[in-house]
Design a protein around this ligand. Structure first.
Ligand SMILES: Nc1ncnc2c1ncn2[C@@H]1O[C@H](COP(=O)(O)OP(=O)(O)OP(=O)(O)O)[C@@H](O)[C@H]1O
Ligand SMILES: Nc1ncnc2c1ncn2[C@@H]1O[C@H](COP(=O)(O)OP(=O)(O)OP(=O)(O)O)[C@@H](O)[C@H]1O
Ligand SMILES: [Mg+2]
Ligand SMILES: [Mg+2]
Lengths: 259, 259
């Protein structure tokens, strides 16, 4: 049961949209899926219709518990888990308090592997675990890199998005050498793809040269339904199943399952 | 001479695009402008055509010097400054090493006010100082909030972008109470505005209700020229002056100057 981090420190490239729709799509096809929201903005939590005010515990509480006592992994994660947000889909939510996790982690022994410890306690219950990352390479993201077997990297076909790649790969390399020898980029997914736009094609060519066969053949088009769905608290996958965006993410689900 | 931070922890909302084009536009109208790139991705640095490999010193070096010795502010900033990147526009660049600033700052006394100290040494030389922020609310951004008189908040008209507002305003409030009593949101600028899209209008209405007269009357349209310009190392303002994007940023310049 693979654990995939959905990472890219460049902001607004479609990490949350990909994590939410891929998780929903995998659950739709009968897989047991856990989505961990590891971004203090908590967009994945809201995008799945979870009311932040009413959650009992969040990823922050898991980190805080583990800082106290490593043996709390299972009970702590259990408290934060929201089961069956959609059929087959569980979620560990995030709220603003997750921004307070970095100071908590900084002072702790083993600060980079808390998330790996927490997930070890529940991995066996799932076919897939996806983790939505914040737009930075700080301790929250390093924990994701340490906990993941593979990485899914959404790439917007824009010049600035290309620029951040070397920074991301440098960090991945260090984490692989020091903490997680199995870590690798599994898939790069081109998002907000507009085939009429010359820049899109130029960036897509550069990404393909760099990542070769890791680049998904699926292109996620720019599609307004994908940005409308979060306001309704439901993935476009289920809310707008006939949209171009949902169709593209369904294709991604098939590609991922056929891996 | 106002110091404005261009901030929003939501990723990809147009912070860099706004900072670069506003800085270029103010310089075009005869103002002496300093743009500080405070994002380890260094997109503003690249967007202005600066070769990262060839810079002598960056904002990271300024922070590292100040951690050693507070009296180094003037000489350190002087070393990092790149003068006349465009007529009337100086830049303090950023490279990946800026990601190493947070650990350096964390251990230092007065960790939140290093940038304010550094800029105090040169403020008198400029009519405007703009600071491009990373997509997070960590120490790099807190330093910007402590150093700024006002904030320019680019807002993408999308649901997720709205969600982060309360977190941003909470942090601004704390910084105002503890470190910088004059700090205030000067202007909110709606970016990637697509008037045909219903969601755009809904989000715009919510933002206007919240921020009232602080919302700029200028709307920055989604315009491909704005995303093509960075690849050429020049702001769209000067590279594609007849584009809709450049025209909108020229209007913003006029609004800002008329303040
Ligand atoms: N293919 C798409 N077509 C249209 N809009 C999209 C698409 N993918 C994402 N969006 C919208 O673009 C914005 C950015 O996407 P999203 O929030 O998923 O990116 P992110 O990488 O998670 O951002 P952050 O770096 O802030 O975490 C959101 O408002 C989202 O609704
Ligand atoms: N009005 C616009 N029309 C079209 N594209 C735009 C517009 N504004 C910005 N862009 C493009 O959208 C992407 C995101 O913009 P930008 O990088 O300026 O946002 P940011 O908030 O600085 O991102 P980050 O959070 O990563 O720092 C960039 O590729 C940029 O070229
Ligand atoms: Mg996100
Ligand atoms: Mg930026």
């Amino acid at each position: 049961m693979p654990v995939w981090g959905v990472v890219n420190q460049k902001g607004g490239v479609g990490k949350t949209t990909t994590a939410v729709n891929l998780a929903a799509g995998l659950a739709n096809s009968g897989q047991r899926v856990l989505l961990v929201d590891s971004d203090p903005q908590g967009n994945a939590t809201t995008g799945l219709g979870i009311q932040k005010r009413s959650v009992a515990a969040t990823l922050f509480d898991v980190y805080a518990d583990l800082a106290d006592d490593p043996d709390l992994a299972e009970t702590s994660l259990d408290k934060a888990l929201i089961r069956e947000v959609a059929p087959g889909l569980d979620v560990v939510p995030a709220t603003l308090d997750l921004a307070g996790a970095e100071p908590v982690l900084l002072g702790a022994v083993g600060k980079e592997t808390f998330l790996r410890e927490a997930l070890a306690a529940v991995r066996h219950q799932y076919d897939w675990i996806l983790i939505d990352a914040p737009p930075s390479l700080g301790l929250l993201t390093v924990n994701i890199l340490a906990a993941s077997d593979g990485l899914l990297v959404p790439m917007q076909c824009e010049f600035y998005a290309l620029e951040g790649l070397s920074q991301l790969l440098k960090t991945v390399d260090i984490v692989r050498k020091r903490i997680n020898p199995d870590l690798r980029v599994e898939k790069v997914i081109l998002t907000m793809y507009d085939s009429r736009n010359r820049l899109t094609q130029q960036v897509a060519d550069e990404v393909s040269e760099y990542f070769q066969d890791k680049v998904s053949t699926v292109r996620i088009p720019r599609n307004v339904r994908l940005s409308e769905a979060p306001g309704h608290g439901e993935p476009a996958m289920s809310l707008f199943p006939d949209s171009k965006g949902a169709a593209a993410y369904r294709e991604l689900v098939q590609e991922v399952l056929a891996r």
